[in-house]
Design a protein around this ligand. Structure first.
Ligand code: MGD
Ligand code: MGD
Ligand code: SF4
Ligand code: MO
Length: 703
């Protein structure tokens, strides 16, 4: 029996929240007294979060520190996971990868990453695919997140950085358009920027089919029909052009394509746009006028606008609005694609995307290939070409063109569209390796699970919503034999005979190579070092030299295009996509709630967050519910052409009558992606997560 009175032991952990793109800093203190641990979480000052934390950050210690972590490699033997040594795990990987590549060619292995991984891991993962495995098939979950905004930003401006201005400028802006972004629930610690802007007199317009907590703050809420943002932006453009609110000098000096846009806009009637988008004409007129007349203005888009099969074009039309009014590259005037994941920004810059090399270079550009090949010490010809997007990889898996998958930092059977098809495909794989710290639904299908370090145990840099690079240092050792992601990659590369290219001592050594690899690229990190990051509160990219302070506001004098001009393009009102009607009369849209994160692997492990919301729901307007004989809080079946789910109804007059909403945080019978469609945006391959024709029926007849 333990009789001695133990002294309380304290461990102080300085870290960064693993969830959204704000990357709030925090201090977690663990006190161990009489063998019992208690935890105390304090927000920490940082430029973006300004010392705030939301409920997810406050509880992020729970999944990482309390139970259920994977602490040793697990191999499936006779249908059950059995702990094995790293040696046995690695031996299995080398055997399987070598045999499969020998039989079917190099591209038989797919690599799939994620936007929670650090810059160092994302970079190493891209190099791992191209140099260690020499497969062209690599992509990541950011395809479902930032790809539409990235394509639009690259096409219009020549660069894709989430916010073109520092967050602090939101406070100075006179008119804010928040399109398909629910900041109140998804980046809660940013809310004070918007509240302050309003106090300073800004006019706020929110575009969302639901009255979210973000929309409640708006001066004008445009309750758009899902999937019609491109048309709505045409309406706003029309009001601005017809009202003479354009900035002719800016258009002449800094842009191309205005004439074509004007002709296109002239051919539209506002009443048609009002009917198509479901937004009253008077509201479109007021919104256009307010934005056109304001001295400064910012437009922020997020997944509501972007997760559409015309997402990239819809974003371009919002960018058109900024360009016609000259509201870019100035204080309080700019664009923001509100980035989602912790490293949703950096994760999309350094090579885990199918067509990308580090520094936002292109794998299809010979000069870029030659530069990166030199940094890596390989022949340019040895680098594979461009692969395919995340969902297209799932199609190749289904067709058994890809027979082995190496997965790090994602849970695709829950997060991909058309989830039944994706699960069927993953079950056909000859060999599935998952590196994770928790048992995701996808990990449960694996042949081998490798235990990964969580954010508390893992040093690396992450680039936040503003394009500001932050250093997160390991605050404690990983449990059991869990390893850092980059260590796992280096070890496997060594086994594949490519160790010489992966001989990193630590994360900083990878960052030093990344600096060089990104040098001269669009996302130039060359001037950023760990030492600088420790001293400064994060550094914006591009930062081309050690003396450079990092570019806070982009496009002040020119755009990174060959002629220095931003490109405008006419955007049609309507694109072919699945529309509600006939057997599936409602439009299902999907998204998030405050307390859970993505597929919920981490937040469902937090008792506090889980207690707030332990099951999914479908939000439905009371009038629609009455017509369908659906009561509040009743079990209902939601069906689309691809599948069905069963969840509880949540009656809310805040949603459009023709629309229903479901969150994405649950798996199995509640997985909303069993319903969503496989259709992709042709330019960026973003799925249309935000529009799906559906029907709802009660599971039990109403009383
Ligand atoms: N609590 C929480 N926060 C998160 C996350 C999380 O899972 N949970 N995930 C993080 C990640 S990775 C991301 S990408 C971001 C996502 O952040 P957001 O994009 O803000 O979140 P969503 O809920 O997906 O969608 C935003 C809004 O779009 C609306 N919407 C739906 N369809 C349409 C449409 O056709 N047009 C318009 N204009 N609006 C529409 C929805 O009603 C919703 O309110 O959040 C990040 N933060
Ligand atoms: N219907 C619908 N579907 C959607 C969306 C939507 O709005 N609607 N949104 C899409 C968007 S924007 C996104 S971003 C995707 C995200 O979807 P997923 O990629 O599935 O994201 P997570 O649920 O965060 O899964 C991440 C997994 O990686 C693990 N993990 C976390 N950090 C690390 C790490 O550092 N190392 C390793 N090795 N593992 C780690 C977690 O434990 C978890 O199992 O979902 C998309 N799917
Ligand atoms: S979820 Fe986002 S806003 Fe909330 S604490 Fe974490 S980083 Fe900050
Ligand atoms: Mo995302």
């Amino acid at each position: 029996m333990e009789t001695a009175v133990e002294n309380a032991m304290k461990t102080v952990m300085e870290t960064q929240c693993p969830f959204c793109s704000v990357q709030c800093k925090m201090t977690i203190t663990e006190t161990i007294e009489k063998g019992q641990s208690t935890y105390h979480v304090e927000p920490k000052q940082n430029a973006a979060s300004e010392g705030r934390l939301c409920i997810k950050g406050l509880n992020a210690y729970q999944h990482a520190l309390t139970g259920e972590r994977i602490t040793e490699p697990l191999m499936k033997k006779n249908g059950r996971f059995v702990p094995v040594s790293w040696e046995e795990a690695y031996k299995k990987i080398a055997e399987q990868f070598t045999a499969l590549q020998h039989q079917f060619g190099r591209d038989v292995i797919g690599v799939y990453g994620g936007g929670s991984l650090t810059n160092e891991t994302s970079y190493t993962l891209g190099k791992f695919a191209r140099v260690a495995l020499q497969t062209k098939y690599i992509d990541y979950n950011g395809r479902f997140c930032m790809s539409a905004a990235a394509t639009a930003g690259n096409q219009a401006f020549g660069v894709d950085r989430g916010l073109t201005n520092p967050l602090s400028e939101v406070r100075k802006s006179d008119c804010l358009i928040l399109a398909g972004t629910n900041i109140a629930e998804c980046q809660p610690t940013l809310m004070p920027y918007f509240r302050d802007a309003k106090e300073n007199g800004a006019f706020m317009i929110v575009i969302d089919p639901r009255s979210t907590s973000t929309a409640e703050m708006a001066d004008l809420h445009l309750k758009v029909k899902p999937g019609t943002d491109a048309a709505l932006a045409n309406g706003l453009l029309k009001v601005i052009v017809d009202g003479g609110f354009i900035d002719e000098a800016f258009l002449a000096a800094r842009t191309t394509g205005f004439q074509e846009v004007k002709e296109h806009i002239d051919s539209h009637k506002l009443e048609d746009i009002a009917a198509f988008t479901g937004v009253p004409q008077a509201d479109i007129e007021e919104a256009g006028r307010k934005f056109g007349q304001a001295a400064s203005g910012m437009i922020l888009t997020a997944r509501g606008v972007e997760q559409q099969t015309d997402g990239a074009m819809a974003v371009r039309n919002f960018i058109n609005l900024l360009l016609v009014t000259g509201k870019i590259g100035k204080p309080g005037s700019g664009y923001g694609a509100v980035t989602g994941q912790a490293n949703g920004q950096g994760g999309r810059e350094h090579g885990q995307k199918a067509d990308q090399l580090p520094g936002y270079r292109s794998i299809e550009n010979d000069e870029h290939r030659a530069y990166i090949a030199k940094v890596w010490g390989v022949e340019p010809d040895s680098l594979p070409g461009k692969g395919v997007s995340a969902y297209e990889m799932m199609e190749k898996i289904h067709a058994q063109e890809i027979r082995a998958l190496f997965l790090m930092g994602s849970n695709p059977i829950v997060s991909n569209p058309n989830a039944n098809f994706v699960e069927e495909g993953l079950r056909k794989l000859d060999f599935l390796v998952v590196a994770d710290m928790l048992f995701s639904e996808t990990a449960q299908l694996a042949d081998l699970i490798l235990p990964a370090a969580a954010y508390l145990e893992n040093t690396g840099t992450l680039t936040n919503v503003e394009g500001r690079v932050l250093l997160r240092e390991a605050a404690r050792p990983a449990p059991g034999s869990a390893k850092q992601d980059w260590e796992i990659l280096s070890d496997i590369a060594t086994l594949m005979g490519k160790g010489v290219y992966f001989s990193y001592k630590n994360a900083e050594a990878i960052f030093e190579e990344l600096r060089l690899a990104s040098k001269g690229g669009i996302a130039d990190y060359y001037g950023i070092t760990y030492d600088r990051l420790r001293k400064e509160e994060g550094i914006y990219w591009p930062c081309p030299s050690l003396e450079h302070s990092g570019e806070k506001r982009l496009f002040e004098t020119s755009f990174p295009k060959p002629d220095g001009r931003a490109v405008m393009v006419p955007v049609p009102n309507e694109f072919p996509k699945e529309r509600a009607g006939g057997e599936y009369p409602l439009t299902l849209t999907t998204g998030r709630v405050l307390g859970h994160y993505l597929t919920g692997v981490q937040t469902h492990k937090s008792p506090t967050l889980e207690a707030r919301q332990f099951e999914s729901f479908v939000e439905i307007h009371p009038k629609t519910a009455r017509r369908l004989k659906i009561e509040d809080d009743a079990l209902v079946k939601v069906q689309s052409r691809r599948g069905e789910v069963i969840v509880r109804s949540k009656l809310a007059a805040t949603i459009r009558e023709d629309t229903i909403f479901m969150p994405m945080h649950w798996d199995g019978i509640q997985n909303v992606n069993k319903l969503t469609s496989e259709a992709l945006d042709p330019s960026c391959k973003m799925p249309g997560f935000k529009v799906c024709a559906a029907k709802v029926t009660p599971v039990l007849a109403a009383r």
